[in-house]
Design a protein around this ligand. Sequence first.
Ligand SMILES: [Zn+2]
Length: 201
Amino acid sequence: MINSQLINTAFFTNKHDDWDPDEGPFLINNKKYKIITMDQTHSEIITTVNSFKNKYKSDGLYTEKNGKILCVKTADCIPILISTKKGIAVIHAGWRGLSKGILKSFFDCYEYSAVDTKVTIGPHARTCCYEVTKEMSEVFPAYVYKKNTAYYLDMSLFVRDYLNKVNIKFEDTGVCTICDEDYHSYRRDGTNKRQYSFICL
Ligand SMILES: [Zn+2]
């Protein structure tokens, strides 16, 4: 499990953690938390959570309600955890979600102040390993590297550039799910298993 250095209520599991978000409620620091997960579809939809419901058909969740854990499940997509002055959010960002504008869905539509907002970026497929087709490389021409005849996509840089543009403080765990065998990777193993990234309020 990786604890965020920037947000003390944000965590990323790896494949050795036996943490199951479908169980619970969870006791963290003697406080009982209910867990909220998503039915993720690579969309740009972010849902505001006011009451407990599991699951939301969404690729992002935001809440200002105490006692909630928001959870995102990923293998090679990017888990993004956000803490603002008033609330918390999770985002499931793969190349499809990023190309549809899921970052804008949060940063253009939700109220936050850059000074009080922190973001942590979890383990995902990185440019060292994330080979893409020529067609896919054309979706993000500025974020693709060509090695010999192969194209590699740098989704991490796309997210970091976006966060720099909106002036948000962030950290990145630096882990690549494809080359680090401690993590589930759909690309490497074709697995249906996922990491869980979660943030509590
Ligand atoms: Zn790698």
